[in-house]
Design a protein. Structure first.
Length: 340
């Protein structure tokens, strides 16, 4: 059963005695366990009938003892086991799963990895209750998820907002959800999110962020790229060199894939490069400004910059000098005899 179906049932008052929530994406696991914790029991019932336990701090006996107790002045008793992946005796809960209490709702949250389906515990969970695997989204799926989340929160957004959030925050769904909640709170009566709202509310500088830097490099705009470079060098704590190098490398890696498969359609290119279809046009345009030889030169320069940033064979001591080397490599293609 997926998260949407589980939440829909819970909102209708349909509950099961056992929920096992596992997988690499914690957002849906938290979303369901939070809903159970906050809504299944009335506020007056929770003091006597609800307990939250943590895997590191407990063992299976304590969980079973709580789950076997009868509810007081309530239909159900709720037991939530968080961080179950840290409980060494989790598999021993199989003894409880063989005969779950019909008056207890036991929610087991197993984060950041999947349960082994071959284990007796997992097989019993699938037989006796509801099991949900929360899968990590691929990078090119995040923008679509953001669009759906914006709609679910009763808002709309200008073109490019979802893609901007996905590019800046990556596939961290919990963080994206929190930032959207912050934007909704701070935009007041307006229910439409603009790109400027995103930049202002989550701290992306309109002119000086890594995505603007990538874009200006792709445009081979030396003047603006150098302006952003100077800003980065003056604010190293907010713009760590190792992160900048990795981001630029990722950008040119995606550009190379787009260039190599440029005859493909936008949807195929987006999937191959791991980017949103919204940005394919930009990547196509940037790829047209670089030869494959120039791209090889850039990757070599980025490798040298990465080594320099870590103090390996470095002839430069400051971030600005390392960034200048990257900029020069991106702006000017060396003739073949110099490369050799």
């Amino acid at each position: 059963m997926d998260a949407e179906k589980i939440l829909d049932e819970l909102k209708k008052g349909i509950v099961h005695p056992l929920y096992v929530l596992h997988g690499e994406e914690p957002f849906y696991i938290d979303q369901i366990s939070d809903y159970v914790e906050e809504h299944v029991l009335e506020e007056g019932e929770r003091a006597f009938n609800q307990v939250v336990m943590y895997g590191k701090e407990t063992d299976f006996r304590a969980v079973v003892d709580e789950a076997r107790q009868y509810p007081m002045i309530s239909r159900y008793r709720v037991v939530i086991l968080k961080e179950a992946q840290d409980m060494k005796t989790l598999q021993d809960l199989s003894t409880y799963l063989e005969n779950v209490s019909p008056t207890t709702i036991l929610v087991i949250c197993y984060k950041y990895k999947k349960l082994d389906k071959r284990l007796r515990f997992t097989k019993l969970a699938e037989e006796k209750g509801v099991v949900m695997e929360s899968k990590k989204l691929y990078d090119n799926q995040v923008a679509g998820w953001v669009s759906g989340r914006i709609k679910a929160m009763g808002m709309s957004a200008d073109a490019g907002v979802s893609e901007l959030l996905a590019e800046y925050l990556g596939a961290d769904l919990s963080r994206i959800n929190n930032e959207l909640a912050k934007i909704k709170l701070n935009t007041g009566s307006s229910s439409r999110i603009r790109q400027d709202d995103v930049r202002e509310q989550i701290g992306i500088s309109k002119d000086f962020d890594v995505f603007e830097f990538q874009k200006t490099l792709g445009e081979r705009n030396f003047t603006k790229s150098y302006l952003i470079l100077r800003y980065f060098a003056a604010n190293p704590s907010a713009n760590p060199l190792v992160v900048l190098i990795a981001s630029v490398f990722s950008y040119f890696q995606k550009m190379t894939i787009v260039k190599y498969h440029q005859s493909g359609n936008d949807q195929d290119l987006a999937k191959l490069a791991g980017i949103s279809p919204f940005f394919v046009k930009e990547y196509r345009s940037a790829a047209g400004r670089y030869s494959f030889g120039h791209l090889r030169q850039i990757f070599f320069a980025l490798k040298e910059a990465d080594m320099s940033s870590k103090g390996v064979g470095s002839r430069h001591q400051d971030d600005e000098s390392i960034l200048k080397d990257i900029l020069i490599a991106c702006m000017y293609e060396l003739p073949p005899e110099v490369k050799a």
